[in-house]
Design a protein around this ligand. Sequence first.
Ligand code: NAP
Ligand code: ZN
Length: 341
Amino acid sequence: MRSVRLEAIGSLSLREMPKPVPGPEDLLVKVAACGICGTDRHLFHGEFPSRPPVTLGHEFAGVVEAVGSRVVGFEPGLKVTGDPNIACGLCPECHRGRINLCRNLQAIGIHRDGGFADYVIVPQSQAHQLPDALDLVQGAFCEPLACCIHGIDIAKIRPGDSVVVLGGGLIGLLVVQLAKLAGATDVILVTRSAEKRALGERIGATASVDPTAGDLETQICGENGLLPGGAEKVIEAVGVRETVEQAPRLTRRGGTVLILGVLPQGTKVEIEPFDLLFREIRFLSSFVNPFTHRRAAALIASGAIDVAPLISRRITLDEAVSAISGSAPPGEIRSMVIPDL
Ligand code: NAP
Ligand code: ZN
């Protein structure tokens, strides 16, 4: 079978590999689609630890082709999505139920072979069934959506809340939709690209703001701004210093900042604890997808979250090599690798 292999940091190629054989508790899944995430580009550049040689791809969906002898509840022909993050179940964090903080966390597509290939092995503990009728390109959005659901849970978005989302990439656009579903009445998307702002408004943002068009705090929190006094919940979905520093300034008294964006390790930001304390701002963060993958699958399968407008282009395994080793094309939300395209 064909696989997009990270041979070493900075070396990626399409290679012929033996078709994997499922262990007793594994599913052999024929990959239908696998999304290219910023993390894949970071793995290529060595900005995120991995274990080369390894096949990349952690946002995938496909069809079960074969199951191991001890697999229960899955059979060949079923459509599935795989939660890539595998917790050990044994460490103190796992025993506290905090599986995303597992000390031995391993991920499909990072530490073991992933979905930029014709086939991927998915342990049955990580597999979730998708409806027969679902387009599997949409099914491949379960992993990023599951991360956003965890963030929304931590931020405790409630009916009637006002929410500002910083960043109109895939994560920001999924958070916009989830905030709306959770009952937020104002959902304001802040992102520089006019195209992304328009898309955000089409899929649920009640307004959008260009952060370069003037002072952002005035545009949002000022007397004549969109949310005088600020938002109850501000979700940072960019991963740069500027937006992390903006977030508390856009939050109203007693409100919550949630950091979803990943900043390069070692980056420091300036936060004023005096201000956080006297305005009692909660400053929270959210990491990956503990126990939220099934909910993501349900939201996509039901159509409650619309991922179709977030598909930027469909490419082959061959094209995936340059797409991952190069930078994201302007306006890209998600490029989907389709092995059988
Ligand atoms: P992305 O496609 O790079 O989106 C980020 C967007 O932010 C860009 O599209 C850009 O759009 C916008 N942006 C950049 N600078 C900005 C600024 N100064 N003000 C406002 N918007 C700005 O990335 P993504 O896939 O959506 O992911 C977002 C972040 O979440 C990344 O850091 C990623 O690593 C992280 N992430 C975290 C988790 C988790 O578990 N916590 C899971 C998945 C991803 P414009 O050009 O329109 O400004
Ligand atoms: Zn563990």
